[in-house]
Design a protein. Structure first.
Length: 450
């Protein structure tokens, strides 16, 4: 099982696996060598998807920031440009006598893929003569999670004495049936293995506030997104149009879909610009869970803070199952693992807070995931913009539709949540590598990146 606070990470865009994960890994390596007197400089080699799309996903920036000691959860996005300029000029990591020159010490290996995961990184600590004094191989496995060669995968709640352990959707539903608890309540009681109740609520509220703040900032910002594709932000103009439409007597029945799309666009435009987002479960899919959250808060009656927490806890339970039983990494299973997972999480959360029983909640997640199966990850220009931003808008609307369909049923359905998660895993395994966040196939090669 995975804690909600591991799954929902606050950090900067544009990518949890290419930006947040590498920054975390670089920061850990910095701490590892901080008191070494035999180290003169650090070198970093990127492999697989990190090499192929790393520049478009700001992996080079993330490595530099991490080696200078910055945390993706706390860094001010407005300071990043100045930090990277200082690193390029001084080559200083901030550790006495230990340098890092991005032009010399950062290599993009475009020919080799490490065996454990396509998002591989090799950190080396070198002495004055260039001899290797320390070496660590890490993997950014999606959602900001980092695994180190020789270590076990990050465990979250695994190994702790949680009250209600579950490793599958079937086990989760059996727990709910036996205890009378909702999925949110099961997740909450398990979270108590890590922190007391007041900290759980405070942490969930901080995640919610970060999600909503990201939407609000995205609605205010305008201009062209960085990266060279000349993609203009749309959220601010769409917001103005929808606000004006409130005064009209001829609003279309589908206007609520436009609002849901708007909230998702706002988040993912912020992500593409390197702003602060919440991995939900990844940056590339960061707009879906917040969009459905704000939709529920503004359009569904009876909303309150307690429902918002239950929404996130339910989403976390589903996201944890998907990550542990399949993957949330676009580089591993394609965009079905990012947008599909996010839609399943949001659908489950919405069905839960609208009164769905655990079987209906699981059905909502299954429906949402089922209709993202096979989705490729093919970002144009290696940037998290085309088609990523619009995919979040569609994923959010699919999540609402899935929750609605599930709530109109009794929770009994032919395809189980476990079966659709396993299908997603198998589909990702069979998918050609060029469609898994490499920018070597799909839209990435059929749309001119100009």
């Amino acid at each position: 099982m995975i804690s909600a606070f591991d799954l929902f990470k606050i950090g900067i865009g544009p990518s949890s696996s290419h930006t947040i994960g590498p920054m975390v890994a670089a920061r850990r390596f910095r701490a590892r060598i901080a008191f070494r007197t035999d180290v003169a400089r650090v070198s970093v080699e990127l492999f697989g998807s990190l090499a192929w799309t790393g520049r478009g996903h700001a992996t080079d920036t993330a490595i530099g920031l991490g080696l200078r000691g910055h945390d993706p959860a706390t860094i001010n996005p407005d300071c990043i440009e100045a930090e990277m300029r200082a690193l390029a000029e001084t080559k200083e990591t901030g550790l006495p006598g230990i340098a890092f020159d991005p032009a010399r010490d950062l290599a993009f290996n475009l020919t080799e893929v490490l065996p454990r995961h396509t998002n591989g990184m090799r950190f080396r600590a070198l002495d004055d003569a260039g001899a290797v004094r320390d070496e660590v191989v890490c993997y950014s496995v999606g959602g900001g999670f980092v695994e180190t060669e020789g270590d076990e995968a990050e465990a979250g709640l695994a190994g702790l004495a949680v009250l209600h352990p579950f490793a599958s959707g079937a086990e989760l539903l059996a727990l709910c049936a036996a205890t009378g608890l909702s999925i949110a309540q099961v997740q909450r009681e398990n979270e108590r293995a890590l922190r007391p109740e007041p900290e759980i609520d405070a942490g969930l509220d901080a995640i919610r506030d970060a999600m909503l703040a990201c939407i609000s900032r995205g609605l205010r910002m305008d201009g062209v997104l960085p990266g060279g594709l000349a993609v203009r932000r749309r959220a601010r103009r769409l917001h103005a149009t929808l606000e004006a439409g409130k005064l009209s007597n001829s609003r279309p029945p589908h206007a609520v879909m436009d609002w849901i799309s708007l909230f998702a666009l706002a988040v993912n435009e912020e992500n593409a610009a390197g702003g602060r987002v919440v991995t939900a479960p990844t940056n590339g899919a960061a707009g879906i869970v917040p969009a459905v959250l704000r939709y529920a808060a503004e359009f569904c009656p009876g909303w309150d803070e307690a429902r918002g927490r239950d929404y996130l806890l339910t989403a976390a339970a589903i996201g944890g199952l998907i990550k542990s039983r399949a993957s949330i990494s676009g580089a591993e299973v394609g965009c079905q693992g990012e947008v599909g997972s996010a839609a399943a999480m949001a659908a489950a959360g919405l069905a839960s807070v609208l009164g769905g029983c655990p079987r209906q909640v699981a059905n909502a997640a299954e429906i949402a995931m089922e209709h993202h199966l096979g989705m490729t990850c093919d970002p144009v220009g290696g940037l998290v913009q085309i088609p990523c931003i619009e995919r979040n808008a569609f994923g959010a609307n699919k999540a609402v539709a899935a929750a609605s369909l599930a709530l109109h049923g009794d929770g009994v359905h032919c395809v189980s949540l476990d079966q659709v998660i396993e299908t997603m895993r198998q589909t990702g395994h069979d998918m050609q590598a060029k469609y898994k966040e490499t920018s070597l196939g799909g839209l990435a090669v059929n749309v001119a990146a100009c």
